[in-house]
Design a protein around this ligand. Structure first.
Ligand SMILES: O=c1ccn([C@@H]2O[C@H](COP(=O)(O)OP(=O)(O)O[C@H]3O[C@H](CO)[C@@H](O)[C@H](O)[C@H]3O)[C@@H](O)[C@H]2O)c(=O)[nH]1
Length: 351
């Protein structure tokens, strides 16, 4: 279905985070009537209110764990982008029930309140860590995906479309490794690398948000959209940062953190076997069969064996120079380099 944003009201949960904020900025460029941001931290809201200075922005204090605060924020709303989450792997490992409360029950509140208030479309933000999860953050996000998909299965006549978008690591997002490396380089310290052979999917924030808009426009009930991405090793990422900053820092190995994987998977082969390849991304439709399994035993999926997981160890791997080029596409990196007195204009014009 194609919806126009003109005159529409959009809610972004977790709207003061890196992802939510970028989506907010992009949507403000459309002819939307109102964007609501639901989040817990009034200081971040205040900072965003002043930074964006747009009177179509409305800030709602509240927590997705609390149905009433989500209900208030979803009244008379058209689109909901659900980005609020606990997303740091180590902290979720220590406090797994907090991850369950926010990422599972909180997501259920968002889906239910949106449907109760007649929203047209809800898009939930997921992560590659939800695939073959080994940590509480990923496990809770995997359940969030199931909660999102169960909406359509349990409410066949609902008018509210619920879908998910799944990403890898968003470069320069708050609390992630790239801003950490920048601060270490600027302080003249060595870069703390967990395991140089670990691989991660790398994508820019700007690229990532396009898919949210696409999901709003095109999702069918229960769809999961996966953004394809390139990957690199963390050792190459550290080296690329050292090279760009023309630094004499070296790498200091600190070992793998709690519950980290050596590689991440964006899509399983089972998902790929029923996915639609749409160029930049995959669309994985929900399995809409009913709970009547005896009707289906005849239909085994022989086709499935020909697919392999979409994994950061096996997709296109960037070398150090290609990682440098990718880093230079980030405005934050260019600004940091300029601040550090490093002139990259020649390199940018060669690119
Ligand atoms: O001091 C550090 C910190 C991290 N790393 C490594 O850098 C990579 C990326 O780490 P980080 O930026 O902390 O991201 P992840 O732990 O991979 O998780 C991020 O990426 C996920 C998507 O995979 C999101 O869902 C999470 O919210 C987000 O925190 C990992 O291989 C880490 O082992 C280091 O080498 N040194």
């Amino acid at each position: 279905m194609n919806y126009s944003y003109a005159g529409r009201k959009i809610l972004i949960t977790g709207g003061t985070g890196s992802f939510g904020r970028t989506v907010t900025k992009k949507l403000l460029e459309r002819n939307v009537a109102e964007i609501r941001v639901l989040s817990r931290d009034e200081a971040k809201q205040d900072e965003m209110r002043h930074a964006l200075g747009d009177d179509r922005l409305r800030f709602y204090l509240g927590d997705v764990r609390d149905y009433d605060s989500v209900d208030r924020a979803t009244r008379d709303i058209d689109f909901v982008f659900h980005a609020a989450a606990l997303k740091q792997v180590p902290s979720c490992e220590f406090f797994p029930l907090e991850a369950v409360r926010t990422n599972v029950f909180g997501s259920d509140n968002v889906v239910r309140a949106s449907a109760d208030n007649g929203a047209r479309s809800v898009v939930c933000l997921s992560t590659d860590k939800a695939v073959y999860p080994v940590n509480a953050m990923g496990e809770s996000k995997a359940l969030m995906e199931k909660v999102a998909q169960s909406h359509g299965l349990n409410n066949p006549t609902t008018a509210t479309i619920v879908s998910c978008v799944r990403y890898g690591n968003v470069m320069y997002s708050r609390g992630s490794v790239i801003p950490l490396f920048v601060s270490q380089l600027r302080a003249g310290k060595d870069l703390t690398v967990t395991n140089p052979n670990m691989t991660r999917f790398m994508m820019s924030l700007d690229h990532s948000v396009d898919l949210v808009e696409f999901a709003f426009q095109k999702a069918s009930q229960g769809d999961l959209f996966i953004r394809k991405a390139v990957a690199c090793t963390i050792g190459d990422l550290a080296q690329a940062m050292i090279n760009l900053f023309e630094s004499s820092s070296t790498v200091s190995l600190i070992g793998t953190r709690h519950a980290e994987k050596v590689s991440e998977t964006l899509a399983t082969r089972e998902e790929l076997s029923r996915a639609q390849d749409m160029g930049e991304y995959f669309r994985v439709p929900a399995d809409n069969r009913e709970l009547n399994y005896e009707l289906y035993v005849e239909e085994g999926d022989l086709h499935r064996e020909t697919f392999v997981d979409y994994d950061s160890h096996t997709v296109e791997r960037l070398d150090v120079e290609a990682v440098e080029d990718l880093l230079l596409t980030l405005p934050e990196i260019r600004r940091e380099l300029t601040d550090a007195g490093i002139d990259v204009s020649q390199r940018l014009s060669d690119a």
